[in-house]
Design a protein around this ligand. Structure first.
Ligand code: AMP
Length: 273
């Protein structure tokens, strides 16, 4: 595995590559969720490129940019073990200059839910993903359903800019007790981690009720609120795959999303129905 530090080096390497290229963009502190994406990329492509870049433009003022977990050594080890070919770990100055051309996420999808709480967040996400796509020029790019709104926006960017890339949506990886894996889970105390289990529990319960033909979103929401009554709920939302709000679950075209705060840690989770 080769570690690549600069944009110029990445571009030079890319010019030498042929065959299918699978790309997994991450912010590092790799866990089994990331590893599942990398393994899928490894299975489906000739060459695998992973990026680790904590992108400043997607963090709002006051968010955890400075304290976002950094684990360069273990990230490299994990990528090596997963037989990644190139690990791209650029520094911010090689990725950005001053006063750049910006990318603007579409209003309808990006100023609701995550975008409402984190205005401008998705502009930064799309900006960095477009840069990374142009550097890596992947055949297939792997994203987790964990960040559902991000995934849907990236799929739209690929369509809108006619990018010759297939976006592959990967299932959410969970701990055995249900907690969705996240780099931010390290912020949780043991007690908070236990409390956070109510998030996945409420999603499982909703799925069971939907299985029993209870499709009314308001009723489902009340039950979920009840399960998460000890948590600071930011939102419970019911949307279709276009991220439009729905009142009734449509099987095969619904996502239930949750954002909560456990102490000062913000956690998101969701289920695709
Ligand atoms: P991040 O490093 O948090 O930016 O995540 C990089 C990629 O990994 C994104 O596409 C995420 O959606 C995905 N990801 C993060 N956590 C999980 C998880 N628990 N299961 C599946 N994919 C995940």
């Amino acid at each position: 595995m080769k570690i690549v530090h600069t944009v110029e080096e990445m571009q030079a390497i890319r010019r030498t590559l042929s065959g299918s290229i699978g790309f997994v963009p991450t912010m590092g502190a790799l866990h089994n969720g990331h590893i599942a994406l990398i393994k899928q990329a490894r299975n489906e492509n000739d060459i695998v490129i992973v990026s680790v870049f904590v992108n400043p433009t997607q963090f709002l003022k006051g968010e955890d940019l400075e304290k976002y977990p950094k684990k360069i050594e273990s990230d490299s080890k994990i990528c090596e073990l997963c037989k990644v070919d190139y690990l791209f770990m650029p520094q911010t100055p090689t990725m950005y200059s001053n006063d750049e051309v910006l990318v603007k996420a579409p209003n309808l999808k990006s100023y609701t839910l995550e975008g409402e709480r984190r205005p401008g967040h998705f502009d930064g996400v799309l900006q960095v993903v477009l840069k990374l796509f142009n550097l890596v020029r992947p055949s297939n790019a792997y994203f987790g359903k964990k960040d559902a709104q991000q995934l849907v926006l990236i799929q739209q960017m690929v369509r809108n800019f006619f990018l010759p890339i297939t976006v592959i949506a990967c299932d959410i990886v969970r701990e055995s007790d249900g907690l969705a894996l996240s780099s931010r889970n390290v912020y949780l105390s043991e007690e908070q981690r236990k409390e956070a289990l109510a998030i996945s529990k409420s999603l499982r319960s909703a799925a069971e009720h939907i299985g029993a033909k209870m499709l009314d979103c308001q009723t489902l929401k009340i039950q979920m609120q009840n399960i998460m009554k000890n948590l600071d709920i930011e939102y419970i939302a019911f949307v279709n795959r276009e991220f439009q709000e729905i009142d009734t679950i449509i099987l095969g075209n619904s996502i239930i999303l949750i954002a909560v705060k456990v102490g000062s840690t913000r956690l998101i989770d969701n289920i695709w129905i």
